[in-house]
Design a protein around this ligand. Structure first.
Ligand SMILES: [Zn+2]
Length: 315
């Protein structure tokens, strides 16, 4: 896909359609005009959809499954509130993911990581430290256990600044090993693009990850919730179909009435035309007879005056 290619995608966080160029899609920059989601958050939510349902579903279309417990570690408000609408979800900000998960839980998350050989600890000797402001930017001051004073600049913060200073940059392979060592299985790096949701990866690092504790399966209670929603949707669809059929019949009946009205109007117009025509004929006849009578009267007048003239011996 080239930089200038136009893309239309459905934001899988809010469900709204967006248009942009491929070049405008980037991991962290907002690309949904409605909710501000980016490639990372859309990729993460798609990974969740794949883990739960095995297919790509937009979050507003997730079935409500309050029997399903969801634990966020540091999810943004952009989708944490939406997840809370669908699941028994809490944004915990806790770290011990494996312990928190149910025996058949699934974990999806994003974390900054590199493709380097090993994880880079930014502050390996952190002991007694503070973050201070110097010349408008943050610095970290640390005294090592040996009493050595260290100053770190160019700090990287996530979620804005302050609460989450990047302590290390994981290497992908270390992260996967860490997950497996903790007891997770089926660790999956979601590196594939999914254009319908505007997920176009610009690099192969810091991608959404998923992992499972045990074998995830849909519990009886979750299956019941999905079925109830499905049955309800089918019932509404059937009602809407019946209503549509009734409206269609009503429209056809009205169209028939309009047609017969038109036929009546055409008949009346035809009769009016015929009446007008015969009226014209009658008038012409009357005019002709009047003319004949006038000539007859003239002739009689002339005859009468001739007779009178003869009697008076004037002619
Ligand atoms: Zn959106």
């Amino acid at each position: 896909m080239s930089h200038d290619d136009a893309i239309e995608f459905t934001c899988n966080l809010c469900g709204k359609t967006n248009r942009c160029t491929a070049g405008e899609l980037s991991r962290e920059a907002s690309s949904c005009a409605n909710c501000g989601s980016n490639v990372r958050t859309r990729g993460l939510l798609r990974a969740l959809s794949l883990e739960l349902f095995g297919t790509s579903v937009v979050l507003p279309d997730f079935p409500g499954m309050k029997s399903l417990r969801g634990l966020g570690t540091s999810d943004t408000a952009q989708y944490a509130a939406l997840l809370a609408e669908k699941f028994d979800y809490k944004n915990t900000f806790f770290a011990n993911l494996h312990r928190l998960l149910k025996p058949n839980g699934a974990l999806v998350f994003t974390v900054p990581y590199s493709l380097e050989d090993r994880t880079r600890e930014h502050f390996s000797d952190l002991h007694d430290f503070t973050i201070a402001c110097l010349g408008g930017s943050s610095i970290l001051l640390n005294r090592t256990p040996q009493g050595l004073l260290q100053v770190y600049e160019n700090l990287v913060f996530h979620l804005g600044s302050g609460p989450s200073l990047e302590m290390r940059l994981f290497a992908e392979r270390d992260l996967i090993t860490l997950l497996i060592d903790t007891g997770f299985s089926d660790v999956h790096v979601h590196n594939e693009d999914y254009a319908p949701f505007g997920i176009v990866q610009s690099g192969q690092w810091s991608l959404p990850l998923s992992a499972r504790r045990g074998c995830y399966s849909l519990g009886r209670e979750s299956a019941r919730e999905i079925m109830e929603e499905l049955v309800d949707a089918q019932w509404r669809r059937r009602n809407e179909t019946a209503l549509r059929q009734r409206l269609q019949a009503e429209i056809e009946r009205l169209a028939e009435e309009v047609d017969s009205g038109k036929r009546l109007q055409a008949g009346l117009e035809q009769r009016l035309e015929a009446e007008a025509e015969s009226g014209k004929q009658v008038r012409a006849d009357l005019e002709q007879r009047a003319q004949a009578l006038t000539s007859e009267l003239d002739r009689l007048k002339r005859t009468m005056w001739n007779r009178v003239g003869r009697k008076l011996r004037l002619v």
